[in-house]
Design a protein around this ligand. Structure first.
Ligand SMILES: [Zn+2]
Length: 167
């Protein structure tokens, strides 16, 4: 699924976007992944207050069991469990929750792939209520970014463009 031009763009504070972009470019040629934390019932600036990089351990899994994990970290992500649990714990201590999961696409668009959707909806996915921020990079720069949300009433993900907001 790609961005829906009919939906109003989502605004995310520019320091949060900058942190995600930096992580995506630093991780090139692998996909990066991480979490966004904030207050769930607040406006966008507080809903997505901070970005927290996590390690993508897909290469490790792929090397150990290429049948179960057919894709390398260049094409997929698997968030390190210790990393995301630490972020979740620290967020809870501050009265926040995990409001978003982000990852990058290398030399591909900012769409939410069939595999991304499957992972996000699987019973193993730790943050079923989170939004999904996807940043596409190529030739060492950010190409596009989009935010995807599961709409239970429609039974599907929908994506919107992202605009940077002043925090
Ligand atoms: Zn993806």
């Amino acid at each position: 699924v790609s961005c829906d031009p009919d939906l109003r763009p989502a605004s995310i504070p520019h320091p949060v976007l900058d942190a995600v972009y930096r992580h995506a470019l630093d991780s090139d040629p692998e996909e990066c992944c991480g979490l966004l934390t904030g207050w769930p019932a607040a406006g966008p600036a507080r809903r997505f207050a901070e970005a927290h990089p996590c390690r993508n351990e897909m290469d490790l899994r792929h090397q150990e069991d290429p049948v179960a994990w057919p894709r390398p970290a260049r094409e997929a992500f698997y968030m390190n469990e210790l990393d995301y649990l630490a972020v979740e714990r620290e967020a809870e201590r501050q009265g926040r929750v995990v409001t978003g999961v982000y990852h990058s696409h290398v030399d591909a668009g900012a769409y939410f792939s069939a595999l991304d959707q499957e992972y996000a909806r699987s019973p193993f996915f730790p943050f079923p209520d989170a939004d999904h921020l996807v940043v596409a990079i190529g030739e060492r720069r950010v190409l596009e970014v989009a935010l995807f949300r599961w709409l239970a009433a429609e039974g599907r993900f929908r994506g919107r463009r992202v605009v940077p907001a002043t925090p």
